[in-house]
Design a protein. Structure first.
Length: 242
């Protein structure tokens, strides 16, 4: 029979409930979107229930579009739809600018669905260190069904696949990237149940920049031939990752 302590404390066991060891567990029970990989301390998260407030959007040109979507979501009323046109270099992007946290291992994750004619989903961390802009990123190429990280030369390096991700209605997949800001290198990548250590792999040195910020970017690049849209939900940024 279940047993443990009350939800609000560590003493006074009950027969039918387990106690909470930390506030993270309490947050999950109250409906936090951070339920998949719960390592690290959440510094920002959204399930787009409040819309796109505070989130920058960018598209290459119409008819590419970033829009809220109520038809498919992992949690809450909305997801955000990244619709890329059929043009050769079409993309749709969302970007969150955050104040630079204390340097630690930082993670970004989101959920997404897979649809016919999907192009490439990319998640990226941009940060400033020693007066330079650094970039770490993952790219899931649907046509090739493979996952790659972006190396120091800004080239994709395949780390896994094929995955045969389900495209059934309401099927959601999760992807996460963790990078060491101070070390300017990757830590790990996760796609659903698959995980890879990327420890020691250097991030891309992009350009000189003095502004202090942490930018979290999610992009859908079109396949170059077909107009298509994917749904992204539960965007989460963490620090102090193990």
């Amino acid at each position: 029979m279940p047993h443990g302590t009350p939800d609000w404390g560590l003493v006074g066991p009950k027969k039918t409930t387990y106690g909470l060891d930390d506030l993270g567990e309490h947050a999950v029970r109250l409906g936090s979107p951070s339920v998949w990989d719960r390592r690290g301390d959440v510094i920002w998260q959204t399930d787009f229930g409040q819309g796109l407030q505070g989130i920058a959007t960018l598209v290459d040109a119409a008819p590419s579009e970033v829009r809220l979507w109520a038809g498919r979501s992992r949690q809450g009323a909305f997801s955000v739809q990244l619709a890329a046109s059929g043009a050769g270099n079409a993309f749709a992007r969302i970007q969150k600018f955050l104040p630079m946290p204390v340097y630690s291992r930082v993670g970004v994750e989101c959920s997404f669905d897979v649809v016919d004619d999907m192009g490439t989903l990319a998640i990226q961390l941009w940060w400033i260190h020693t007066g330079r802009l650094w970039l770490a990123g993952l790219r899931y190429d649907h046509a090739a069904d493979r996952l790659a990280y972006v190396d120091a030369a800004h080239l994709p390096v395949v780390i896994g696949g094929p995955f045969n991700l389900s495209s059934e209605a309401y099927s959601q997949h999760c992807i996460k990237l963790v990078a060491d800001l101070a070390g300017r290198q990757y830590v790990r990548a996760i796609l659903n149940e698959h995980g890879w250590s990327l420890s020691g792999i250097g991030a891309h040195d992009d350009m000189a920049m003095l502004a202090s910020s942490l930018n979290v970017v999610i992009v859908h690049y079109g396949d170059g031939a077909n107009a298509t849209a994917i749904n992204v939900d539960c965007m989460i940024v963490t620090q102090n990752e193990p």
